[in-house]
Design a protein around this ligand. Structure first.
Ligand code: ACO
Ligand code: LMR
Length: 263
């Protein structure tokens, strides 16, 4: 009989062997004919699902709203400096991307993990925040360098408004808001930030849209898919900053001595 040689790679998201590639089984001709957007493509290639329009629109909002936040943030700064050092596009992009992590843009997965755990264990916000403090862990998704109680992050407001209108449930986001209400009693800048908003709202999406089983939700949270949204979104801005510097023919960057404390 036929013996199938064992393969070295297993792949389940995209098949390019036919006349046209398929994304999670959907031929690209369908994707074009049905005018799928980038949110649909992310749903297919990341989650292997045809998510409903309100969900794919939410994904697109995350991408649009996180595409850039000015030249001063860690990622853009790195891309700008790298571009001014004469490096190629990919080097500039990854130099910026490498700053994405627990403090900057990469707190979405941990925000989802901690908010989910705290909500599911029915910890009240005070208990949750104080337990984190005892452990010496900053609450992921809370805090911002320039945003505060009196200078709210519009991105967070847009996402919350959209979800309250379109999601079947926003229980995790409402929990995150209760956590914010408590942290704001400690300091003005301890707002729910865009990572925390996306982390909590994506949990709401996963548990309420009836297309994910428990194992899939656990995998998404455990593996950490959600930082991918920020990585993908911010790549747009980092590429923009890279081109901007080259177009402006900016010279090699050297940080001024006056701005360094030589101790
Ligand atoms: N949870 C609890 N306490 C906090 C938090 C937090 N998330 N953030 C700040 N604090 C408190 C702490 O007491 C901190 O003192 P410490 O240094 O002894 O821990 C004190 O506030 C001072 O913090 P600031 O100097 O005001 O905060 P900073 O401006 O340095 O940090 C940052 C801002 C990095 C966003 C911080 O709030 C943080 O680590 N948050 C959690 C990670 C996170 O969500 N990052 C994503 C930000 S949004 C984005 O990047 C797109
Ligand atoms: C961002 O989106 O880059 C920010 O929220 C971080 C910042 O400090 O502005």
């Amino acid at each position: 009989g036929k013996v199938r040689a064992p393969t070295h790679i297993v792949s389940t998201i995209c098949d390019d062997r036919g006349e046209e590639p398929t994304y999670a089984g959907v031929p690209i001709s369908n994707i074009i004919e049905k005018e799928f957007g980038v949110g649909d493509v992310i749903s297919l290639l990341w989650f292997k699902k045809n998510l409903p329009r309100y969900a794919t629109k939410f994904i697109e909002m995350c991408i649009i709203l996180c595409a850039d936040h000015g030249p001063c943030v860690s990622g853009a700064h790195n891309s700008i400096v790298t571009s001014r050092a004469g490096k190629d596009l990919v080097s500039c992009l990854v130099s910026g991307l490498l700053t994405i992590g627990p403090r900057f843009g990469g707190a979405i997965d941990d925000a989802a993990r901690y908010f989910k755990d705290a909500y599911d264990r029915q910890l009240n916000p005070h208990e949750f925040v104080e337990t984190m403090k005892k452990k010496g862990i900053r609450v992921p998704g809370i805090g911002h360098r320039i945003k505060s109680r009196d200078n709210r992050d519009k991105r967070v407001e847009f996402l919350q408004k959209y979800a309250r209108l379109h999601f079947p449930s926003v229980k995790y986001m409402e929990y995150a808001v209760q956590v914010e209400t408590y942290t704001l009693t400690k300091a003005n800048n301890l707002v729910l930030n865009v990572d925390g908003a996306i982390g909590s709202l994506f949990l709401d999406l996963l548990v309420s849209c009836a297309m994910f089983n428990q194992q899939e939700i656990d995998d998404i949270v455990e593996i950490g898919y959600l930082n991918g949204l920020f990585v993908l979104a911010r790549s747009i801005g980092l590429i923009g900053h890279t081109f901007d510097q080259k177009r402006l023919k900016q010279p090699l960057y050297r940080h001024p001595w006056e701005d360094v404390l030589y101790a």
